[in-house]
Design a binder for this molecule. Structure first.
Ligand SMILES: *Cc1c(COP(=O)(O)O)cnc(C)c1O
Length: 360
């Protein structure tokens, strides 16, 4: 068996220990004689897997009891639409911060449903920074303020939590949730697709303050109503059972490592390895303001895009894949989520230096 070093932005690398355990338990989950995929979601085995996953997530993020945790389907993209129909009455006001491709998509989905106002944007700076709080022109009567706390494509991360007074703060945290401790009580709602830093695709997690439930617009289909899912502990219909199970194994893995403060230290170390190579060279370039650089997604360009192919080929020969940057940005992008070992990032950093020496 030989595993690659997978720098994909998502679906992304998972901890080897987790995959091995899922493999061991594939045919017979702990004496049940079944694979988790084959279990009734109402049976006691799956109910326990589901409840344990929620307990471990709550413990990792220290989620206060007044917040509900939902295990949903439809990816983070469904939340772009579910959010306004649940939190904003028809014609109501919502405020959005635009810092890149994902927050733009969120705007596109919500704009037809609400009186939507862009309260801050870094578009004029080519999405290379997180606009400072002082630039945000918030409306006091907005139903919520939405931002993307880590922009996966250009690698811009908010290393601070905005304060929005009494207006609920909503974050799309898809690509950095669980990479660092998070003060959940500062948010009204946090959502994330699982396939970056949590587990398999097919699962999205929503953490929502309970006073924001029960406000869905009249006529909202029940599967799009947060309250329906909250009241049924995400079992109103069949949840993505196998994805929840694997996410649960990831939560246990994180707890064994020492929780989010421990993984944060690793993530700081990993990101530094790559940014140090970039900053020490005139060959590689990353345009993001240093203080807003993402620890999870590290985009960089080479001095001449004709070198891109040779870089990707050399990386592949060394077992490193999925380094091609997003089509809208070009260049390279290394996504170094929780499950990417420090050693894997070190190997990439070494290859980057070696490539620069040869072509620089
Ligand atoms: C990947 C991503 C999404 C979209 O996730 P899907 O699960 O494919 O819908 C949304 N927001 C951010 C920040 C992402 O990184």
């Amino acid at each position: 068996m030989s595993r690659v070093l997978n720098f994909s932005a998502g679906p992304a690398v998972l901890p080897e220990e987790v995959l091995a355990q899922a493999g061991d338990e594939m045919l017979d989950w702990r004496g049940s004689g079944m694979c988790v995929m084959e279990m009734s979601h109402r049976g006691k085995e799956y109910m326990e897997i589901h409840a344990q996953a929620e307990r471990d997530l709550r413990e990792l993020l220290a989620i206060p009891s007044r917040y509900k945790v939902l295990f949903l389907q439809g990816g983070a993209s469904l939340q772009f639409g579910m959010l306004p129909i649940n939190l904003c009455p028809p014609g109501g006001k919502v405020d959005y911060v635009v810092t890149g491709e994902w927050s733009k998509k969120a705007v596109k989905e919500a704009a037809p449903l609400c009186d939507l106002h862009i309260v801050a944007s870094s578009e004029d700076r080519k999405f290379t920074c997180a606009p400072a709080q002082g630039e945000w022109r918030l409306r006091k009567d907005a139903a919520y303020v939405h931002y993307c706390s880590n922009e996966t494509i250009r690698g811009v991360e908010f290393h601070w939590v905005p304060s929005t007074g009494d207006v609920p703060l909503v974050a799309d945290a898809s690509s950095h949730i669980l990479s660092r401790p998070l003060e959940v009580s500062k948010f009204g709602l946090i959502y994330a697709g699982a396939q970056k830093n949590i587990g398999p695709a097919g699962l999205a997690i929503v953490i929502v303050r309970d006073d924001l439930l029960g406000r869905a617009r009249p006529g909202t289909p029940s599967m799009l109503d947060y309250k329906v899912h909250a009241d049924a502990d995400s079992m109103s219909n069949t949840p993505p059972t196998f994805a929840v199970y694997v996410a649960g194994l990831v939560f246990k893995w994180l707890k064994r490592l020492g929780g989010l403060s421990a993984i944060e230290q690793q993530n700081i170390e990993k990101a530094k390895l790559l940014y140090d190579v970039i900053d020490a060279s005139r060959f590689y370039h990353n345009p993001v303001d240093k203080r807003d650089r993402s620890r999870m997604n590290v985009p960089f360009t080479l001095p001449d895009e004709r070198l891109d192919e040779a870089f990707l080929k050399g990386a592949k020969e060394r077992g490193m894949i999925q380094l091609k940057g997003h089509r809208s940005v070009g260049g390279m992008r290394a996504s170094i989520y929780n499950a990417m070992p420090v050693e894997g990032v070190r190997r990439l950093a070494e290859f980057m230096r070696e490539f620069e020496n040869r072509h620089g």
